[in-house]
Ligand binder design. Structure first.
Ligand SMILES: [Fe+2]
Ligand SMILES: [Fe+2]
Length: 472
């Protein structure tokens, strides 16, 4: 039986029979999916020290306890309503926001919600084997925290589908559990969510860059005229911040350790000889996940994006910070690639909304890379990490089908084939990473050789706290 105790919520679940019935049907399938496709080998005997959202106030969502993962209480939360909220952009600017889905935008809204929803279980599937290679119990716990929250984000989208989209919504909710990351017949909708994440360098880069795409998408959806979508995504953003923290600090700790090992090995020595991760390998993984995540923002010139904006479905990140919100007569200077060279042309701003969001995303990533470089600087290193040019390694949009080096210089296919593994992880790099992550580290307070301990533990617990315990 569905209950508020099992499913913490602030959507009056106990008073909503229709939603209860829908969830009673969906929830067992979700649990089965979690058992089959969630963290492999951590379903029965492990107790994980995780945070469970039990309400939306600051104490409520920072509630920590030991739980077995399949018993995690996935809840449904909307951020508090904003009094007299008005549509913030597009053709209906200034009108009251919608509490129900307008018939004419039903398909577009459903598509936006399903696309967002599909990424959430996908990432859990991508990460399901990582526990067996964890660098510490602290990191293992962080992985599971991210996983259960992605599961909750799926719940958030399924809540919208069940509540506002009738039968179609119920079908979509089922299909979200049927597609599978990397599955040839039924893949996840977006490419980056079909790439395997089989080592922890990938995991940290994914949570830094791909979860940050989640942040850009959620920020633009939180501007939506559909108020329940806005409120749902606003609450999801609070959880997303933690995922990016895991990614950013994970890489920071690897950099810290790499610098120590470089000093020990002598600056000119190969840090791999002492079991560390060399900066070149770190840069290649950065290149990989940043470029994949740029693709997630969609084509540069997009009539879909224009229509989402015009109809008030998906706004710009921080729409409030713009002077003008209708964007009908404005233009955007876009860099096209034509006949082997780049040319800047004006595009109607509404058609450039994907690129506007990508600009915001690139800026947010760049700030993170600057923070990483401070670690290299503090250790007296002259090397720096950098974001590749946005034309590099693209598979979606107008640069797809051409080849560019990380500086954005056009190169031939032959040169790309010859040099791609100078810029992207090679099978050898992956093999090396898997070799230093061959065995998990389950001893409290111990860390793998390639990563430094964190500055502090979770929820003011010590670093050597038993973040995951085994109970037979
Ligand atoms: Fe998420
Ligand atoms: Fe996330």
């Amino acid at each position: 039986m569905i209950s508020a105790e099992k499913i913490p919520n602030n959507v009056n679940l106990s008073g909503n029979k229709r939603l209860q019935r829908a969830l009673e049907h969906w929830q067992p399938k979700y649990i089965q999916w979690w058992r089959d496709m969630g963290p492999q080998g951590f379903q029965d005997y492990h107790q994980v020290y995780v945070r469970t959202a039990v309400s939306v106030d600051p104490e409520g969502w920072a509630h920590f306890e030991y739980v077995k993962l399949p018993e995690y209480r996935w809840g449904i939360f909307l951020a508090d309503p904003v009094h007299d909220r008005r549509i913030g952009f597009g053709d209906f600017y200034g009108q009251p926001v919608w509490q129900e889905v307008p018939g004419e935008f039903r398909n577009q809204l459903r598509r936006l919600i399903v696309t967002q929803g599909d990424t959430e279980p996908a990432s859990v599937e991508q990460q399901r084997l990582l526990g067996h290679r964890c660098p510490s119990l602290y990191d293992l716990r962080n992985l599971f925290q991210v996983n259960v929250e992605e599961g909750r984000h799926l719940w958030a989208m399924v809540y919208l589908l069940h509540s506002y989209f009738g039968r179609d919504g119920r079908d979509e909710a089922e299909e979200l559990l049927e597609r599978q990351s990397g599955n040839r017949d039924k893949p996840r909708i977006l490419d980056a969510f079909n790439e395997p994440i089989d080592n922890w360098l990938d995991f940290f880069m994914f949570t830094m860059f791909t979860d940050r795409d989640g942040k850009s998408q959620l920020m633009s959806l939180s501007e939506s005229s559909l108020d329940p979508l806005s409120r749902t995504t606003r609450f999801m953003l609070t959880e997303e911040a933690h995922h990016m923290f895991v990614g950013e600090t994970g890489i920071s700790r690897i950099l810290e350790r790499t610098c120590q090992l470089m000093k020990e090995a002598g600056y000119s020595g190969d840090v791999r000889k002492v079991g560390g991760i060399d900066l070149a390998t770190i840069q290649k993984h950065l290149n990989q996940w940043f470029s994949l995540s740029l693709d997630l923002h969609g084509g540069e010139v997009s009539s879909n994006a224009a229509s989402y904006f015009a109809n008030g479905l998906k706004g710009r990140a921080k729409e409030d910070s713009y002077d003008e919100h209708v964007a009908k007569q404005s233009y955007y200077n876009m860099e096209f690639f034509e006949q082997g060279r780049t040319v800047t042309k004006e595009v109607l701003l509404r058609n450039a909304m994907n690129e506007v969001l990508r600009d915001w995303y690139v800026g947010d990533c760049a700030a993170g890379v600057t923070r990483w470089n401070r670690i290299l600087e503090a250790h007296g290193m002259s090397d720096r990490l950098q974001l590749p040019d946005r034309k590099f390694n693209r598979r979606i949009g107008m640069y797809a089908g051409f080849h560019f080096d990380p500086a954005g210089v056009a190169i031939t296919k032959e040169e790309w084939d010859r040099r791609q593994f100078d810029w992207l992880p090679s099978p050898k790099d992956t093999e090396y990473l898997l070799s230093i992550m061959a065995a998990p580290i389950y001893e409290p307070g111990k860390f793998a050789n390639y990563i430094a301990p964190p500055r502090r533990g979770v929820n003011q617990q010590p670093i050597d706290f038993e973040y995951v315990r085994t109970e037979q």
